[in-house]
Design a protein around this ligand. Sequence first.
Ligand SMILES: Cc1ncc(COP(=O)(O)O)c(C=O)c1O
Length: 398
Amino acid sequence: MPAPLTDATVDALRAQTPGTQHTTHFNHAGASLPSTATLEAVHAHLWREATMGPMEAGVAARAQIERARSLAAGLLNAQPAEIAVTTGNSQAWGSAFAALGTWQPGDRILVGRHEWGGNLASMRLSAVRAGASIEVIPSDDSGEVDPEALEAMLDERVRLIALTWMPANGGLINPAAAIGQIARRHGIAYFIDAAQAVGQIPVDVAQLGCDVLTGAGRKALRGPRGTGLLYVRQDFLPRLTPAYVDTQTAPLDDDGEPVVRSDAARFESVEVASALRCGLANALQEALDIGVDNIRTRIDAVAQTLRAELAQIDGVAVLDQGRERSGLVAFNVAGIDAREVQRALAAQGVAVGSNGVGYTPFDMNARGLTQIARASVSYLTTEAEIGKLVESLRTLVR
Ligand SMILES: Cc1ncc(COP(=O)(O)O)c(C=O)c1O
């Protein structure tokens, strides 16, 4: 068990993160700041490509990609054969969804109120156009998806339950394992979008009871942009036919027939940015070394402090829902557009995010929100940084 994170360890980790010297970063949920070692892993591979020849350097990269796969499997309590390394969360989610096959009129997809807009777009493009419906599972008073309400909606026409575990528009954490128990009991396919969760809270796919789970490399894991993870449960793999294949994912046999790989790597591509995957391997190793339990504890404490501080500023409304909370903190400033808040804080050297309706349409509409500003923390976030954000906001509302 890695030792809990102390202020001294956080200082040491910050010293190995160049971005912390240049920006006050509260957009870790957009993309976090990579460590020097992760940058060096990327850089080293680009040099290998330039000096050895890119194809020749690929041999060294292959070992790193397999390392990333094994580390990701360890992080999620999965088997390496159940992991595909992707270019991001959407590519992971979209390829698994497209592999479910054709949809029929009357098929039902049940989603949480917080479902990511990109996943909804994939559903609409194929399933809804074929006559399937997307139905929103009611949330309870805390805003979390209500497992009992889900159970009451089930019938034999439900083909998929999709949940965004940690929504992009605030601090709520959905009861992903309770929903998984229901999905398993009824034998319904269950996809979890864990873009914000992987690297931020412990993820155990066996306990979650999911068939598919997706994560982003650049968020809590602090990997390079352009990296992501796809988990597919071993027994679920035969139900998924990739929408497209290549010479690596489905090599032709002697009769010219494609032989689709039997593992989750059927969702990878033959041509990849190897350098980024070397960086991802390093970022995964760092998360495991720090310990995701420790990361969760630290992020929870920092986010609670931030929420309490923001709530004390006149004109700032903290908008987070849910009983258990993540490191994403949503707020609005009275009379100021969220994008303007983002711009004004950026001018003071503080990076926050801002979302409109499109990323989480059902939840935003249900709550009558048209926009949110978002300050998202990491275990790297310090009290001094919170102080700077709060001071910048006070200047803005003055
Ligand atoms: C919950 C959720 N799902 C999906 C995504 C999209 O991930 P990517 O840009 O890696 O495709 C995000 C990005 O912010 C997200 O927060």
